[in-house]
Structure formats: C-alpha cells, structure tokens
Ligand binder design. Structure first.
Ligand SMILES: Cc1cc2nc3c(=O)[nH]c(=O)nc-3n(C[C@H](O)[C@H](O)[C@H](O)COP(=O)(O)OP(=O)(O)OC[C@H]3O[C@@H](n4cnc5c(N)ncnc54)[C@H](O)[C@@H]3O)c2cc1C
Length: 477
C-alpha cells in the first residue's frame, strides 16, 4: 500500500508491516475500501474530500503510542482527527496516516474538585451531559457535535465564555503523546511551557489524549433560546441587540443572526425561506433572574417565533445542531470586534439581503467579559481585547453553487473587516486563508509558540494544522 512521507515522497508500506501494527492495537486499522473508511475520512465540511492512505481508530493511549512508533519508523505524514469539525478540514490529509481519536469518548467528573477529565475523542455533548449530572459545566461551544480537542486547542468559546473566559482559560491539565511516542502530562506544575502552548497553539505539539477542565455550577435549568422577527424589523432588532449586549451581565450571552427563515416548527410556514432576524440568548444564572433579564427581547415588536424559555442547559447546547449538518458545503469568514458600531449593523443588514443560499447566515456572537480580564500572554489563545465575533457563514448543498456563495461570503467580509479588532478566530479559518490571517489569529504568541515547537517537535512531524515552524531560541544558537 502506498503512503506519503513527511518529506513528500510516496513509499510502499508492506502488508506484513501493517499486520505488525495491527497486532499492537486494540482499535482497527482501516484502509481504502474497508468498512468505516468513508465515515472516518469525511469531515463536517463537504468541500473537503481528502483521502488518507491508512486510518487507525485509536481506542486508548496505548494505540496512539503504537501509531506514533509506526509513523516515526516509516517517517509518515500524519494527520489527527477528533470531531472532524474543522472547516478547513485540517483533520484529513491526502496519503497521510490518520490517527482518529474519535472513539476515545470517556468522561470522568470529580464534583468535589470540580474537574472533568475528558478523553480527547469526546464531542462537546459528551462532556456537557456528564458534567450536568452534577449541575456543573465548563466553557465549550454552541454545537454539541463539535470535537472538544480541536476546539480547545484553538481557544474555544460558547455561552459560558462571558463568565469564565476562553475554553483554554478553563483547562487545568492535558495528556499528550509526543513526537518521540512518549506520554507526557502538561499542567501549571509539569511541563508548564507545553501547558501554555497547548492552550491556543493547536495540534502543533503532539497528540492530545485527554483534557482536564475546571467546572462551575450551571443550571441544570437555564433560560435560553431564540426570538425571531421578519428581516424588515432588523434595524430596530439589531439596535436592541447592540444596546442590550453593551450592558448585559456576564450570565447573559446574546447572539444575533440574520438568515433565511429555516423550516423549523416554531416559525410559521409562510415565513420559511423568507429573510429573518433573530436574537439567540442564554442566561446561565438563576432562571428567575434570567426571565426578567430577557423580557425586553420577548416583548419586542411582533416576533414570528419565540422559543426563549426555561430549558435544561444540555438542551440549550444542542439547540443549533440541526442547522449545521455534516456534509454540506461551508465557507466562513470571521473577525473579532472590540464593540459593535451601528454602521456595522447597517452592513450586516445589507449583506444579509444578498444571501445566496437558504442555509447561509450573518452572525454576531457576544464573548466579552472574563476573557478580557486575563493578561494577553495568559496562554497561547491571546486576543484578549475581543468582545464580539462576526461570522459570515456560507452554507449550501451543491458544488456548482460554490462560486456565488463563496463570493457572497468574501464580499461581506471585505466590506466589514475594517471593524475588526485586528484578530480573528483560528478555528474559523477556511482552507484558503493567507499566512497573514493565520498570523493575525495567533497574535503575539507566535514567537514563543515557535520556540516551544522547537523543543517538542523540532522536525515538525505535527504539520497538518495551522502550522507553527520550529524557531531556535537564543540558547540553541
Ligand atoms: C458547526 C460548527 C460550530 C462550531 N462552533 C464553535 C463554537 O461555538 N465555539 C468554538 O470555539 N468553536 C466552534 N467551532 C469551531 C471548532 O472549534 C473547530 O472546528 C475545531 O477544530 C473542532 O474540533 P474537532 O476536534 O472537531 O476538530 P478536527 O476537525 O477533528 O481536528 C482539527 C485539527 O485539530 C487538531 N486536533 C484535533 N484533535 C487533536 C488531538 N487529539 N491532538 C492534537 N491535535 C488535535 C489537529 O490539528 C486537527 O487537524 C465550530 C465548528 C463548527 C463546524
């Protein structure tokens, strides 16, 4: 079987050497044509169609270590997959050996210490469901099917970010298999350089096998959901969004969405496909207080639908899942913002009116609060001046519609990027982004990340990611 090396050559892997690997593993080795190959190689974004030469679905740390020995021996190109949700498809590379950690989905919660120990293959929903048994939660994203590893290693934000910061601000420790195939622990006390780098530096340093998260009391009942109006009300609704967000307590996270109305049961049929504006809200504190705080949204104008109610936090975490199915074509453009200017709202409305697909949207996320209170170099996530994020989310079905949908997203972004804080979210970058945009996402952390990379992965074995080149430090020269 042919496989690609790290040097870009194609080599032949002998059946007996693959059999040898198989004997060291609990999880299956999957090659093209095998059951499960298509499922493992395909990712959330249907625009990505890469084909690894060989996939191992690891069942535990020992499998990861065995794979790493094999990869080193044959100098193979390696890619790492958890949820496969990265929009640029970083989890999959042509000809590579794919380490698929998605079967490692155990979660152990210590309610006394308020720590969740999650295996690296968990999806957000796995962690939320187990921590909510104890009325606890950590900061994770908005869609329950997203993988925790890619999200956490790139920063991470969600409904709890305003209270407790980036996901990375809530990580207390990680276990990782190194380029030398050794298992190491990273925390404040052990390998602190690696601990700093893994919290924002992506999959550049090794294969993370588990993550420990700090937990806080949340729910189980919160007030959350969405209220929607016809897009003709957008100027007033976005002004409501803007002013409420400015003075919102940290327990409240507000998101505005402009898009064609989805065929959801909570909006009338006559509105399906017609443009709407919506406010998505989550109040994660006391629900009695939450109901009072979201009342101005529920009583505003004449909504076409209102599902902003008391509900379990785990339900809130799945509310948007159906809108983001695996396999559609996706193209996003995003920027961080320090505030929302009225002029930006005008542009959101103008570009929403030009949406080309029933699934595309213009979204403003509120994230300011706790993350702004840490020093810029608290960990490698940086972007400590970000208070909002705008995301232009192109989403459509067919390849022949790529051009107009991508053009729409790029036009909207080009017209709105002057409002940017200067930074953007690394996990929202598409395949075609320039090195400047990647640099902007990493900010001032790049130099230190490069030095830590030189220590942990000097030969850049972990390169199918937002790659940080190993940089020699002054001591090395
Ligand atoms: C629908 C949708 C909603 C989203 N919502 C949010 C949100 O609310 N908040 C947010 O912060 N982000 C969000 N994201 C972005 C998300 O953080 C990234 O897509 C992230 O990459 C997903 O993680 P994953 O594990 O599924 O990544 P994968 O696609 O599986 O992997 C991406 C890359 O991460 C690295 N990686 C993955 N696992 C490991 C590992 N175990 N060890 C080392 N490196 C690893 C590798 O470099 C890999 O190539 C969303 C994405 C989508 C598609």
């Amino acid at each position: 079987m042919k496989a690609k090396t790290i040097h870009g050559h194609e080599i032949e892997l002998k059946p007996e050497s693959i059999d040898g690997l198989r004997m060291c593993l609990r999880g299956p080795v999957i090659i093209p044509g095998d059951n499960g190959y298509e499922d493992s190689r395909t990712v959330w974004n249907g625009m990505i169609g890469r084909k690894p030469s060989l996939i191992v679905r690891c069942f535990g740390v020992a499998d990861v270590i065995a794979c790493m020995h094999f990869i080193r021996e044959h100098e193979l190109l390696l890619c790492i997959k958890n949820g496969g949700h990265n929009i640029a498809g970083l989890a999959v590379a042509d000809g590579a050996f794919m380490i698929d950690v998605s079967q490692m989905r155990g979660v152990w919660v210590d309610p006394e210490k308020r720590i969740a120990h999650a295996q690296a293959g968990c999806l957000i929903g796995d962690v939320d469901r187990e921590t909510q048994v104890h009325g606890l939660a950590t900061v994770l994203g908005f869609i329950s099917a997203t993988g925790i590893s890619g999200l956490t290693l790139g920063g991470g934000f969600g409904y709890l970010t305003r209270r407790w910061g980036w996901t990375t601000d809530n990580v207390t420790a990680l276990d990782m298999v190194t380029a030398e195939a050794e298992l190491v622990h990273a925390s404040r006390y052990e390998n602190p350089d690696l601990y700093w780098a893994l919290r924002g530096g992506g999959g550049n340093f090794g294969i993370v096998t588990s993550i420990d998260y700090m937990l806080n009391p949340v729910g189980p009942e919160i007030v959350g959901g969405m209220v929607a109006w016809p897009a003709s009300d957008a100027p007033k609704v976005l002004e409501l969004y803007r002013t409420m967000a400015e003075s919102a307590p940290p327990e409240l996270t507000l998101v505005s969405i402009m898009r064609p109305t989805p065929p959801a049961p909570w909006v009338p049929k006559y509105m399906h496909g017609k443009p709407m504006v919506a406010i998505l809200a989550c109040y994660s504190g006391n629900p009695v207080e939450g109901e009072k705080i979201v009342a101005p949204i529920k009583s505003f104008g004449t909504p076409i639908g209102d599902v902003l109610v008391r509900r379990p936090y785990v339900q809130m975490q799945t509310l948007l899942d159906a809108a983001q199915p695996k396999g559609r074509r996706y193209y996003w453009k995003s920027e961080y913002l320090t505030r929302i200017e009225p002029a930006l709202c005008d542009k959101v409305i103008a570009h929403a009116s030009r949406i080309r697909s029933p699934h595309s949207a213009l979204i403003l996320f509120q994230i300011g609060g706790a993350l702004n209170q840490f020093r810029e170099d608290h960990n490698a996530t940086g972007n400590r001046n970000a208070r909002y994020l705008f995301n232009v989310t192109g989403s459509w079905e067919k390849a022949e519609d790529d051009e107009p949908n991508i053009a729409w997203a790029r036009d909207a972004w080009n017209d709105m990027k002057s409002f940017s804080s200067g930074g953007n979210y690394i996990n929202f970058l598409t395949e075609d982004e320039s090195p400047e945009r990647v640099k902007a996402a990493m900010g001032g952390a790049i130099q230190r990340l490069g030095e830590i990379k030189a220590k942990w992965d000097p030969h850049n074995i972990f390169r199918t990611n937002r790659n940080i080149k190993p940089v020699p430090t002054l001591q090395d020269i």
